[in-house]
Design a protein around this ligand. Structure first.
Ligand code: NGO
Length: 527
């Protein structure tokens, strides 16, 4: 009897203790979906104040067995499995699955969602993600990962509870083009490096990766009909390292990796300037018939293709044909910037001819803003980087713009005067400067109707490895993603900086080397 009573008091104590633990846990577990730090900020969040618990026996259900949907489901499983350690499978069902699971379904009756939008409904029983396309589901998956604890980004098993707040997120992008650029010409980056960059973009719902594949210092893509381009032109880089290039097979691996993440690759071959690597590889491309020396400095504007030679257009045609064959996306970027040693009367017809070649190979032209000196075809696109007059000249021709102003969107600009990497010809770009601007109001006379979207370029004259790349990219990249996705009226720096600070734990979990800007309230440095 005494023994039993004693046992009862022990269990009562254990119960009280367990309840206390639970209570202390519940104070840190999420219950208000609208307080989650989601970047880009979604268009609408309705909170219902409860919690969904992702447990060991959870699975991901998809509405149909289409291979594409299966692949999107697998993407989510691949995000959730390493950190939870759960054996999450992707299964199919036509009805809502049992409580405790995740359900990916399409289409929806909401046309506002378009191709990339999604509706995420979380109850205490089910996480239901609905979209009109697999692409929309893929974007929505990024929201699911961001409302799970930041430990979800770790790649080893973490013992903890995986709760998310309940409610509904309805979300779709402002612009259809939300891009970043990686210059692999000044310094070469491996296939795996590019894949990691693609992963970063995917987390923040970005959808275009522009690869700057050729410049004075290096040619980075195998062109089978002109093999010296990669073999000789790709043999060095800024500072004189070994450089490198992608074989066509490796390049296709990058394109496919991006495609699975609904990211379009835009290949750029910069011309007629920024072409020393090509001019050093083939003597016949030079007006004097002599190959130039390889170049490993960082000066710009000294090289030009010989625009009056017929062989130049044979070269462009071959390169564009092979590139178009490796490019499922609609665009080929033809560069066109800083051709300071090409006479204007040669530059203008050159761009027109190259435009015709690109169109003949079934693609649309994008070029830096200087290309507006030429007469552009209706679906060509100009990329505004420095000269507002050029941008306006494009708009006056009815041409849409990708907006990448050097002073706001260049990821190679230093954060401040103490940043050791990067350049500062366009100014310093602290994290707030990078965020507080609007592509639809930046240049008087250019409005939202003229803007296809935004792109943040990372030029790599001073960036030679992943650690340095990550330092320049983070934490600015999420801000550019938000500028492209979220209506300007919903973007306020003071609110954004708190969400960005909360992302710091995710950067750490992903092993990202980020710049810990003093303008962002990182929770781990607050007193
Ligand atoms: C300029 C130039 C690039 C440089 C970059 C450095 C454009 C479009 N052309 O931007 O060659 O790498 O600045 O910030």
């Amino acid at each position: 009897m005494i023994y039993r009573r004693k046992n009862t008091s022990v269990s009562a104590f254990v119960m009280i203790f367990m309840t206390m633990i639970q209570m202390s846990c519940t104070t840190t577990t999420p219950s208000d979906l609208s307080k989650e730090s989601i970047i880009p900020r979604p268009v609408s969040i309705i909170t219902t104040g409860d919690r969904f618990l992702l447990k060991e026996n959870a699975d991901i259900y998809i509405k149909s067995e289409s291979p594409e949907l299966l692949q999107v489901g697998q993407c989510l499983a691949d995000i959730l499995k390493p950190s939870t350690g759960f054996d999450i499978e992707v299964k199919s069902t036509v009805n809502d699955p049992e409580p405790g699971n995740i359900y990916l379904t399409m289409p929806t009756s909401n046309a506002n969602l378009g191709n990339e939008g999604y509706e995420l409904t979380i109850t205490k029983n089910l996480v239901k993600l609905a979209a009109n396309t697999p692409e929309g589901l893929f974007r929505g998956i990024q929201t699911i990962r961001q409302i799970l604890p930041s430990d979800i980004e770790k790649n080893s098993k973490t013992e903890r509870s995986w709760e998310i707040a309940t409610g509904t997120v309805t979300d779709y992008p402002l612009y259809s083009y939300r891009g970043a650029m990686l210059d692999v010409a000044r310094h070469f980056f491996s296939v795996n490096d590019v894949k990691r960059f693609i992963d970063f973009m995917a987390c923040y719902k970005m959808n275009v990766l522009h690869l700057h594949l050729a410049d004075d210092q290096g040619w980075r893509i195998e062109i089978k009909s002109w093999p010296n381009l990669a073999e000789r032109g790709g043999s060095t880089q800024v500072g004189g390292g070994n450089g490198g290039y992608y074989t066509q097979e490796q390049y296709s691996e990058i394109v496919n990796y991006a495609e699975k993440r609904y990211i379009t690759i835009i290949p750029e071959i910069d011309m007629p300037g920024h072409t020393n690597a090509a001019l050093a590889s083939y003597a016949e491309l030079n007006c004097n018939g002599k190959a130039t020396e390889l170049y490993t400095g960082i000066k710009v504007g000294f090289s030009t293709l010989c625009t009056n030679k017929e062989i130049t257009y044979k070269f462009v045609d071959d390169v564009v044909r092979e590139l178009a064959g490796m490019t499922p996306g609609p665009y080929i970027h033809i560069g066109g910037d800083e051709s300071h040693v090409t006479k204007k009367e040669d530059y203008i017809p050159f761009v027109s001819k190259v435009q015709d070649i690109v169109i003949a190979h079934g693609k649309q032209v994008i070029g830096w803003d200087e290309i507006s000196l030429s007469s552009l075809k209706a679906n060509s696109v100009a990329q505004y980087w420095s000269n507002a007059e050029n941008a306006k000249r494009a708009v006056n021709q009815g041409i849409k713009l990708v907006v990448s102003p050097g002073a706001k969107a260049y990821l190679d600009m230093k954060y401040d005067s103490t940043t050791t990497l990067g350049q500062h010809w366009a100014g310093y770009i602290e994290v707030d400067t990078a965020y507080i601007w609007d592509p639809a109001t930046l240049v008087p006379g250019i409005g939202k109707e003229n803007v296809l979207g935004v792109e943040a370029p990372l030029w790599t004259e001073t960036i030679s490895n992943m650690e340095d790349m990550e330092y320049m990219v983070f934490p600015r990249l999420p801000g550019y993603a938000e500028i492209g996705w979220t209506p300007a009226s919903m973007r306020k720096w003071d609110e954004y900086k708190v969400r960005l600070g909360e992302q710091g734990e995710r950067f750490k979990a992903m092993g990202i080397n980020y710049y810990k800007s003093g303008r962002v309230p990182w929770p781990d440095t607050e007193k």
